[in-house]
Design a protein around this ligand. Sequence first.
Ligand code: GYE
Length: 331
Amino acid sequence: MKRKTFLRSAAAAASIAAVAALTACGGGGDTGAAAGDGGGGDTISIGFSQVGAESGWRAANTKSIQDTLTAENGFELSFSDAQQKQENQIQAIRSYIAQGMDVIAFSPVVETGWDAVLQEAKNAGIPVILTDRAVDTEDDSLYESFIGSDFVLEGERAGQWVAENFDGQGLKMVELQGTTGSAPAIDRKEGFAKAVEGTDIELIDSQTGDFTRAGGKQVMEGFLNSHDQIDLVFAHNDDMGLGAIEAIEAAGLTPGEDIKIVTIDAVKDGMQALADGKINYIVECNPMLGEDLAEVAKKVVAGEEVEKRIVVEDAEFTQEQAAEALPTREY
Ligand code: GYE
């Protein structure tokens, strides 16, 4: 409930806030000139705690961050991979606090349980920037800004496409959820459910595949074993959809035809499967957050105002559009 309040206000703020239309990762352009404005052009030390390396999306996101927070751009980046474990992230953040970083940024693996460590950062006077995933906290002053996509909207867009294309056919659907307790799993589920409400599409099973290909495959194998009829898969990310494809093919069925698949992310492998007809529709989640993070970090260090919520723009793709987009696709 609290989280919903946050999202509502975030959505409202987003309409006022400049929507960050992410352009191609330029790199060059306005480099570190503004770095450490307050401190006479010093390098900004930034600790970044990444969720893990669970998906193609995460790999693209990590690359964007590492390619942008460079020495030429005025940063000294300490990067850590939490292997999808909250305790590892908390440990990394504590170590960044102990090292007296100028800025701490992280992508919270789950929504809850951050207040104590965020308070520690605040007490130490270190600003925190959230990227990609939201936290559920009653005290918004514990972080400076949250940069990332609107996951409810992503789920809604996927659900709308499904409703438009499949309502009236009595389809039985299964859902592969992302990491339990994570913002994208909670929000995509909610948005999708809202969009298919009132249709005759029936959700017959829903489990987490932890956003991984192996997880998606394993859960889909279980679904295929325990249900006589499955017509449609909604996977919270491409990787789980790709795992589901393997399970469906192993069961002697044709993905994209016998069982339709809709996913979120639009990373290379997902787009290839979409162009190949094995996935039916993908809503994009833009992973290129590095440029926005660099800009917000510089402003925060310079003591400038930053937007509390920066919403990243996402596209969506049919099979034909994927084939067209693939050759010039960056991630
Ligand atoms: O969709 C998934 C990744 O938080 C938006 O995490 C991110 C999600 C992304 O593992 O592939």
